[in-house]
Design a protein around this ligand. Sequence first.
Ligand SMILES: *Cc1c(COP(=O)(O)O)cnc(C)c1O
Length: 418
Amino acid sequence: MQKTTAHLVHDLPQHAPMTQFPVHHGELVVGGERLATLAARVGQTPFYAYDRALLRQRVADLRQALPQEIKLHYAMKANPMPALVGLMAGWVDGIDVASAGELKVALDAGANPHAISFAGPGKRDAELRQAVASRVLVNVESFREVGILAKASQALGLPARVAVRINPDFELKRSGMKMGGGPKPFGVDAEQVPALLSEIGQAGLNFEGFHIYPGSQNLNPDALCEALQQSFDLALRLAPHAPSLMRILNLGGGFGVPYFPGDKRLDITPVADVLNSIVQRALVEWPQLVLVLELGRYLVAEAGVYVARVIDCKHSRHQFYVVTDGGMHHHLAASGNFGQVVRKNYPVAIGNKMDAACTHVTTVVGPSCTPLDVIADRMKLAEAQVGDLVVVFQSGAYGASASPQGFLGHPACLEVLV
Ligand SMILES: *Cc1c(COP(=O)(O)O)cnc(C)c1O
């Protein structure tokens, strides 16, 4: 009987190991700095810290793994902190923006306008005009946008640079978030693309290529490979309808990171193999074609932590609660309220007790007066006390900018690059 229980406990899904940050005398080290010192440097909790060396390493590793012909873009909605975008702009081949606000940050960061692309299902007239004036590539997502872009081009004396965002006729299987296939507000259905291309030609816009983004947060290499192959085939099928040669093909991305128990790090090797075969085909059939991947969380999520301080500990009917000064208002995703269907725990640790045994079943909550404000639900952690630092790993993407900071009037968090 005992043996069976032990076996079951052993088989419980675990978080992928968070070995990207070293531990020194029981304390987590982020950006070469011990956590307590880092908190003192920041001057307050809660805060997000992003590790420059890890960001750089991720880009370098990915470049090493992928064919060199593939251009790497950073989708900055994952983390729009201006200093971080500035760093990334120096390391990747382009920045993908999803609003005029993001466009400003990318331009301020020194990103080359020629390698900025602008996607989004609801681009306002003024935003489209800003994109034309900035000379960035607009991923056209509706028939309406063609007319607005033509007017802006005429008024500014600048030809609008456009790609067509295709809503594909397939899905990215086993994806955390599906953004293509079936009815979608993103892009234009593949069957309507020939008509859109003809309007783009008549309007005299500068057609440069296609953009296909089937989904996000995928950890399954087979599903990613299939979608990449299908995206490439779809673009080749539609290219003959274009008013000019296809020169850019943005194949999306959707590479995921392990957040939850049981998630395994994505094996990039099969994905690289498929990309390699796509590159080889393109070299023969479309020698002028530039192939692009646009990645958000895969580039930045694992380099970031969220750090909050324990302000109270209490027991309620056999459950141990640790209350921190941070929570869902800064880190909506870790609370389970940013797109998750079933709430699961992010990897969490007591950052100043990394060597202590994780024996205490602990529920970590934030300060907000709502049952939604949960950072860790009955997780085994080191025994926490008031003053300790709770760390949420995998927090470099969809953190501060994706959270309702005004909710309940608690102080905002800070973000630092270390
Ligand atoms: C959100 C988004 C991305 C980035 O997604 P990640 O899952 O962070 O990689 C890239 N491209 C488009 C079009 C997006 O909407």
